[in-house]
Design a protein around this ligand. Sequence first.
Ligand SMILES: [Zn+2]
Length: 159
Amino acid sequence: MRFVVDGMLGGLAKWLRMLGQTVEYDTRATDNLLLEQASKNQMILLTRDEELHRRAVAKRIPCLSVQGATEIERLAEVSKTFNLSLEISMAETKCPECGGNLHEASKSALSGIVPEKSLALYDKFWVCNTLGCGKVYWMGSHWRQIHNTLEKARLLAKY
Ligand SMILES: [Zn+2]
């Protein structure tokens, strides 16, 4: 699924990218630009702005007015509305920072880029393909937190 996310939902944009969705997110984008992007590229607009939501509905642009107060509530809401899986698949996950695709990289290629301690502790590493981003990811200590959040969101989405 493809989403345009307004500037107030940066956290949600990152989560959706991790879940493998295509997400446009630019904090500098004006309301007009968000509407144009969604309409032109047939993307779903996610917003917290009631006024923007009204304008999208008037233009028949698919749009969700996101109500959730926490990241978990917002994830559950989007998952429920669009029947979106809340499981991370490393084959599909995208760079949370820029939305680029990731490729698996060998440890030897990452020497000097990733701290030696992490290289020694973990086996698999992924690098963002986007020029100028190139962020490296691995299933470090934050991974448990990511899974906890998704687990809670899955439970909430069931109700
Ligand atoms: Zn990236």
